[in-house]
Design a protein around this ligand. Sequence first.
Ligand code: ADP
Ligand code: ASP
Ligand code: MG
Length: 421
Amino acid sequence: MQIFKFGGASVKDAAGVRNVASILEQVGYSDTLIVISAMGKTTNALEDVIYAYFKDKHILNDSIKVIKDFHYNIIKELFSNENHPVYWKVDGLFAELESFLERNKSPKHSFVYDQVVSFGELLSTTIISQYLNDTGIKNTWIDVRNLIKTDSNYRDGSVNWEETQENITNSVNKSLLNITQGFLGSDANFFTTTLGREGSDYTAAIFAYCLNASSVTIWKDVPGVLNADPRYFEKTQLLHKIPYKEAIELAFYGASVIHPKTLQPLQQKEIPLYVKSFINPTATGSAVCNVAELEPKVPCFILKKGQVMISLSSLDFSFIMEDHISYIFKQLHDAKMKVSVIQNSAISFSVCVDNKFDTLTHLLEKLEAKFRVSVAENVDLYTIRHATEEAIGEVENNKNVLLKQVLKNTVQIIVSNNSEK
Ligand code: ADP
Ligand code: ASP
Ligand code: MG
C-alpha cells in the first residue's frame, strides 16, 4: 500500500486538479490512499475569516465570499453540468461554515480557528474526489476526523496513536482508492482539531504508519528536496538520497518542503518518503530512506525569516544558572515558542524563537521581571548543515551577523534586518 499526498500548490486551480488525475493515470493508483490539503492559499484565506469574525465583523461576509468565489470558479471549470452533485455538496459545506459562525458562543480563538480552517480541506477533498470519480478514477471520500484522534490542543493537536491506529485498522478498506483530508483530526468530543500549519505531510505519515504502507510520496512544486529553498538561493542541487536523521534535522531547522513531524513515524517503520515533482511526475525526485549518507553530500542551507532573537543577562551580574534557565524555558513553553538556537555564556543567554502564536509581548513581560532583556525582531536565521568555509562565507557576505554558532555538523547564523529595539 502506498500513500500519496497532494499539497495546496498542486491543487491551486482547475488545471492542478486535472493534473492530479493525470499523475494518477501515469504512475498508477492501485493500493493507494490519497491525502489532500486545502486548495492553494485557502487556509490563509480562512485565517482572514477568523480575523474578521473576532476583530472586524464588517468584513466577515466579504472574507467568506473570496473563498466561495475561488472554489466555485474552480468547480465551474471542472464540471460543465450545473446540476452536478458537487454543487450541493459545496453549498452544504459553506452553509455549515456560516451556520457555525452564526451559532458559535465560544470565545476561544484556537477552538474557533480549527472549526473554521478545516473547511479548506473538506472543500478540496470533496471537489477532487468528485472530479476523479467523473474521470473514471473511482474513489471513496473519507472524513479523516473519524479516524485521526488528537487531544484538545487546538491548532497543534497531539495524536492519540492508540485510538487512531484502531480506527484506521477497523475502518480503512484497503481495496478501495481512499481520498481524505490532510491536517485535520478530532478530539474526544468530536470537535475538529488541526495538526499545525502545513500538517498534511504529517497526516500522510500517520496513515503510512498505521497501515504499514510501503511508501509515502509527497507531490511538490520542486523536483524534490534541494540543498536550499530555491525561492531564496540560486544554484540549488537535488538531494537524491537522504537518511532519516538528516531529513529530520533539515525539517527541524526549517526546510519547509517537509513538515518536521512527518519523519518520525516513517523512520520508526523504515517507510521511505519520496518527494517528487507534480510537474514532472516520472522523474526520480528525492528519497528519504534507510541510507547511511546524504547523497550528494553537499552543504545544505535553511533560511527562517522573521525570527526573534532574545538576549538575556542577569540584573546583578550573577551567573545564568540552571534555575534561571529552567525559568526561561518554562516561559518559552507557556508562550508556545519554538526555540531554534540557544547560546549561553556565564552571564548571558540568547535564544532565537518563532513568534508564531503572537505571544512575544507577554513573554517579554515575564522575562523582564527577572533579567535585562534585549530583543531583535524580524531577524533571519540561516542554518547550514555540512558547512564549508565557502558556504559560511556565502551566507555572511555583506550581512550584519548578530550571532554565530558553529557545531560539528551545523552552523547557525542570525542576521539582522536592522529592526532591533
Ligand atoms: P505543499 O504544496 O505540499 O504545501 P510546500 O509549499 O509546503 O508544498 O513545499 C514546497 C516548497 O518548499 C517549495 O516551493 C520550496 O519553496 C520550499 N522549500 C523549502 N526548502 C526547500 C528545500 N530544501 N528543497 C525544496 N523545496 C524547499
Ligand atoms: N492547509 C493546511 C495549511 O495550509 C495544511 C497543509 O497544507 O499542509 O497549513
Ligand atoms: Mg503547504
